[in-house]
Design a binder for this molecule. Structure first.
Ligand code: BGC
Length: 787
């Protein structure tokens, strides 16, 4: 087995050495061997810490062990409420291993003192929180962060969030959410990276690196938690918590991918999901948790259930008592029970009666204690920060928040010529001309709280600079006039503010109309059956448009919306998401052209809610609609009637995946491949790869950043493959007139797929590759993949 290597060589992400392996259970040992060499470089080993864990395990009672597997919320609940107030007693009795929703250093330290000073074995608590897109400094909501296509930036935001949270003693975040979101009705698409497994995997890795840093015992490092394992984003009809039915192939090809990437990057924890997956609740699913996560991937960290998900196996219908719920979830591979209380009440008896083995219990406890040790909690259990107020966002973190917001904006329309467009030439960027008047209208123009988005950590509205505030400053400095009118609320049907808004628009040269969603109508438990603009906003838009003046619609949203009318009639549209604390300054800089928009969509925008779920990497079907017919739009009569289409709507989305405009124009050369044939065997063996390239030219008059995207299609394969799959991307900055050749190397990682035998292989096939500005453009080059 080749075990004669140096005892000091770390074998896993958690730095286990051969010397320490003698303390491991047989299962842990086997898993360790399975993972050895498969994972990237580990943090430095810490033999002393693991020895301490084993010593503790020897001293712990059964109840104390089970206590380590128990997590309770001790702050603002983030799930169905619980009436519990005996935290002190439970912590002192060793019945709690972790608390969530405690947010401030002094509370953390107060609870920690009980654990460290009053519990028999002085084992520190681990404090977890949803630090999702920032802790104190709130960055754009995750769908916006994803729209930057900038993993280095995403990593930086996660690092800042980790530093701010760790300063309060929070050493564990329930992030990144790496669920694939393909249905805009699902509110949690806002927390996701969007619909694509490749981009989702790249960004998942970035979050993990940012949170966990290079070493977990760095006091600014926090454990990451890839969630929700698995399939949660595929909720039927986009309704949160709903059932999912996902074939094993799709599961492996799409939904598991970002989790696999997270594990490969060394993610310390995984959260099991609420949904039933093919009839088996994800939090009691031995196939995904034991076979795939631990068996195939060698995951060495611990699994926490989502809030109450262990107990929810009862309403799911696979358990009829708390004891069965605890047994099924534990045996399936959930180490820690968040909030249901079933482990703490039932596991001791299950162990005593032999239903759950002592070894299995020890293994779960070991995983948790090891991570506590890796964080250095036994030596430094307390939060470093003191005082009652959390630190303010620093100037540097605010600058990062501004850059992240600027990169996240997606310019969806800019007076693009169309036969029906009233304002065919680009209106953006705005020209600073003294004396000009801008009208700013809309319920989201000055709504600080909404700019924080869902799951806004410890961010507060007072931190936010709104669009109104930033625009007032900018226009005043430029000798321009600003007329502001709210126009309407986001919800309801009160139109009494319309007249004032219309008057403001009439007197202005241009109107900026800030519309969209309320932040808390996105995220968890915020699914929508309608994706139109809420409340009176559509009517407000029509009233402003009727003035005949140019109107720039800025959409604050956590999901794609059905804004076909706006796409046709507004002069320009910007998807601004929920941009975070620097919403206003970032938007103003983009609108006035100090920064050139470079965000690209990571979730497809539908024309109608009936198209959902809608995503670009779909299968072709046996009856695809011919492009010419699709272009003509819906019809019930032409020859293409018996094709896969709607009779009342096009198939094509309103805005495709990868799409976004710039203030300059990029021209692409044809895609070229280094060879016209490659061998599947050589690629599989890692002995060959395929280089493809295209030249991209900035054909406009301004410097700009382009997100160059590489898509493939495989045909002639044992199972049908999607019409298009993202396999690489590059952000490049080009000066006017500048050309850059962009190369992508396609290897086994990009070309293998889960075939008819459910093996991940490179098959002989016809390969088409496109290097393009988005998922809907570009002509492919063909390459034969020979056996
Ligand atoms: C959510 C999780 C979250 C947990 C703890 C649950 O309701 O689904 O994403 O981490 O609560 O707040």
């Amino acid at each position: 087995m080749g075990l004669d290597c140096s005892a000091a060589i770390p074998l896993t992400k958690f730095g286990t050495t051969l010397d320490e392996m003698r303390f491991m259970s047989p299962l842990g040992y086997l898993l360790l061997l399975a993972t050895a060499g498969a994972l990237p470089a580990a943090p430095a080993p810490s033999p002393g810490r693991h020895v301490r864990v084993e010593e503790l395990l020897r001293q712990m009672t059964l109840e104390e062990k089970v206590g380590q597997l128990n997590q309770y919320s001790a702050g603002q609940p983030t799930g169905p409420g619980t009436n519990r107030d005996r935290y002190e007693t439970m912590i002192a009795a060793g019945q709690v291993g972790s608390l969530l929703n405690v947010t401030r250093a002094e509370q953390v330290n107060a609870y920690q003192r009980i654990a460290v000073e009053r519990s028999r074995l002085h084992i520190p608590l681990l404090f977890g929180l949803d630090v999702i897109h920032g802790f104190r400094t709130i960055f754009p909501v995750n769908l916006g962060l994803a729209s930057t296509w900038d993993p280095a930036l995403v990593e930086e935001t996660a690092r800042v969030a980790a530093e701010e949270a760790a300063a309060q003693g929070i050493r564990w975040t329930f992030s990144p959410m790496v669920d694939i979101g393909r249905d805009a009705r699902w509110g949690r698409i806002a927390e996701s990276a969007g619909e694509d497994p490749y981009l989702g995997s790249v960004l998942a890795r970035a979050y993990v690196r940012g949170y966990q840093g290079r070493r977990l015992d760095n006091p600014t490092s926090i454990l990451a938690c890839a969630k929700h394992f698995v399939g949660y984003g595929a909720a039927e009809a986009g309704r949160d918590y709903n059932t999912t039915e996902i074939s094993e192939r799709s599961l492996r090809q799409v939904y598991l991918e970002p989790f696999r990437a997270s594990v490969d990057e060394g993610v310390a924890t995984i959260m099991s999901a609420f949904n039933a997956l093919n009839g088996v609740p994800a939090s009691a699913n031995a196939f995904t948790l034991r076979d795939v996560l631990r068996g195939e991937w060698g995951f060495a960290g611990f699994v926490v259930s989502d809030w109450g998900a262990v107990g929810e196996t009862i309403p799911h219908g696979i358990a009829t008592s708390e004891a069965t719920a605890a047994r099924k979830s534990f045996l399936a591979g959930v180490d820690m029970d968040m909030e249901s209380g079933a482990y703490v009440s039932e596991l001791p008896d299950l162990v005593r009666s032999g239903v759950v083995s002592r070894q299995a219990l020890d293994e779960s406890v070991r995983r948790i204690l090891r991570l506590k040790a890796e964080l250095g909690l036994f030596e430094n259990p307390y939060a470093p920060a003191t005082g009652t107020a959390a630190a303010q966002p620093s100037p540097e973190s605010r600058r990062l928040a501004q850059r992240a917001a600027e990169e996240s904006f997606v310019l969806l329309k800019n007076g693009t010529p169309s036969s029906r467009s009233e304002h065919p030439s680009p209106i953006l960027p705005l020209v600073s001309k003294p004396g000009r008047t801008i009208a700013l209208i809309g319920p989201l123009a000055d709504s600080a709280g909404d700019m924080l988005g869902c799951w806004s950590g410890q961010g507060i509205p007072d931190d936010v600079i709104t669009l109104r505030a930033a625009l007032a400053q900018r226009t005043a400095a430029a000798g321009m006039h600003l007329r502001y009118a709210e126009g309407s609320k986001i919800l309801g049907n009160d139109q009494s503010g319309f007249d004032e808004a219309v008057r403001a628009a009439r007197k202005a040269d241009v109107t900026i109309l800030a519309l969209g969603e309320q932040a808390y109508r996105t995220g968890e438990a915020a699914s929508r059956a309608h994706l139109d603009l809420d409340g009176p906003q559509q009517k407000l838009l029509e009233a402003i448009h009727a003035t005949g003046k140019p109107v720039i619609v800025v959409l604050f949203t956590g999901r794609p919306l059905t804004v076909g009318w706006a796409a046709e009639h507004a002069t320009a549209i910007v998807a601004a998401w929920f941009p975070g604390v620097e919403a206003g300054p970032a938007l103003v800089r983009m609108l006035f052209g100090d920064v050139n928009p470079s965000g690209r969509l990571t979730a497809t925008w539908p024309r109608a809610v009936g198209q959902e779920p809608l995503y670009y990497d779909a299968l072709n079907t046996g009856r695809p609609t011919p492009p010419a017919s699709e272009a003509r739009g819906p019809t019930f009569t032409d020859a293409s009637r018996f094709t896969s289409r709607y009779i009342d709507e096009r198939n094509a989305p309103l805005f495709p995946f990868g799409y976004g405009l710039s203030y300059t124009a990029f021209a692409y050369s044809a895609t070229s491949a280094q060879a016209s044939k490659v061998s599947a065997a050589a690629i599989s063996a890692g002995k060959a790869s395929l280089a493809v390239s295209a030249s991209v030219t900035n054909a406009g008059k301004r410097e700009g950043t382009e997100v160059v995207q590489c898509y493939i299609r495989l045909t002639g394969t044992s199972v049908a493959r999607p019409v298009s799959e993202l396999k690489g991307f590059r952000r490049i900055r080009l000066a006017p007139g500048e050309t850059q050749k962009v190369d992508f190397i396609l290897t086994k990682d990009e070309l293998a797929f889960w075939n008819i035998q459910m093996k991940q292989v490179v098959e002989p096939a016809m390969l088409q590759v496109r290097i393009a500005p988005d998922s809907a453009q570009g002509a492919p080059v063909s390459v034969v993949i020979e056996p």
